[in-house]
Design a protein around this ligand. Structure first.
Ligand SMILES: Cc1cc2nc3c(=O)[nH]c(=O)nc-3n(C[C@H](O)[C@H](O)[C@H](O)COP(=O)(O)OP(=O)(O)OC[C@H]3O[C@@H](n4cnc5c(N)ncnc54)[C@H](O)[C@@H]3O)c2cc1C
Ligand code: FES
Length: 242
């Protein structure tokens, strides 16, 4: 874990209530999520890393409450405190040759970094993204440019297949030896129930410290009590108690 100061290079509305936040600082960030220090708020806000390059982190966030609303108003050039190097992420090595990535909403953000890692390892990557409606869609062009096959679903049918990600998976009929999923709990439960074979899912819990000290993000798993921020947020499918 590292406490760093970053400069906001971009903080732009890219879809309904959804912002792309690009931070510039020093070094290459590792970890699955960062914890943002928002001025005037005691607790930091955890946001998944969508992309990380030397000196640059890309995040996507939705405005849901006061903290993210305040964040949306921060202008480019502002400084922001960031805790980096947090969380146990997806295990790219668990996939041998071909992966299936299934995301709902902003679950598309952390899976993008994974897709880049898998492609860098020479693996085939099949991606299914689901959103409520077309005006919530993000990252589709980025995924299409990177992946071997891509399918989109929206609940209202305003883009791609009308229905759930599970409908899009049925349409795609992907080959895979390992799957990864991130999104709303109800979606991940359906995905883990529908897909055969091994996989991982990224969980979300309310967090205090975000770094393993306060135990407020503890959950019961088949492998015992775990902290989502430190032992996760990514867990094996078979360890998750839905
Ligand atoms: C590991 C992890 C990764 C996340 N990645 C993203 C992401 O990439 N993009 C994104 O938009 N959101 C993400 N979230 C959810 C995001 O942290 C919350 O939406 C955000 O903290 C809400 O803050 P707020 O002040 O606007 O809302 P408020 O409801 O006012 O927040 C009150 C408190 O509850 C916490 N809280 C509220 N909702 C959540 C939530 N869903 N999960 C955890 N804590 C919450 C806040 O951090 C804060 O401490 C992630 C959460 C976790 C745990
Ligand atoms: S949020 Fe403190 S231990 Fe996870």
């Amino acid at each position: 874990m590292k406490k760093q100061s970053y400069t906001i290079a971009e903080n732009r509305l890219v879809a309904t209530k959804t912002y792309k936040l690009v931070l510039e600082g020093e070094g290459l960030v590792d970890g699955e999520f960062v914890n943002l220090e928002i001025p005037g708020f005691y607790l930091r806000r955890p946001i998944s890393v969508c992309d990380a390059e030397e000196g640059r982190i890309t995040l996507y966030y939705k405005t849901v409450g006061k903290g993210t609303a305040f964040l949306a108003d921060l202008p480019e050039g502002s400084k922001i405190g960031v805790l980096t190097g947090l969380g146990r992420g997806f295990d790219a090595d668990a996939c041998k040759e071909e992966a299936l990535l299934v995301a709902g909403g902003l679950g598309a953000a952390p899976l993008y970094l994974l897709a880049k890692k898998l492609k860098a390892q020479g693996k085939k990557v099949n991606v299914v993204l689901g959103f409520n409606k077309a005006d919530e869609i993000v990252l589709v062009d980025e995924y299409k440019a990177l992946c071997d096959s891509f399918e989109l679903a929206t609940l209202d049918g305003s883009a791609g297949i009308k229905g759930f990600v599970t409908d899009a998976i049925s349409a795609m009929k992907p080959n895979y030896d390992f799957f990864y999923t991130c999104g709303p709990m109800v979606m991940m439960r359906a995905v883990c129930g529908a897909l055969e074979g091994s996989g991982e899912a990224s969980l979300e819990e309310r967090m205090g410290c975000g770094a393993g000290f306060c135990y407020c993000c503890s959950i019961h798993t088949a492998a015992g009590t775990k902290r989502v921020c430190k032992d996760g947020p990514v867990f094996k499918k078979e360890d998750i108690i839905w």
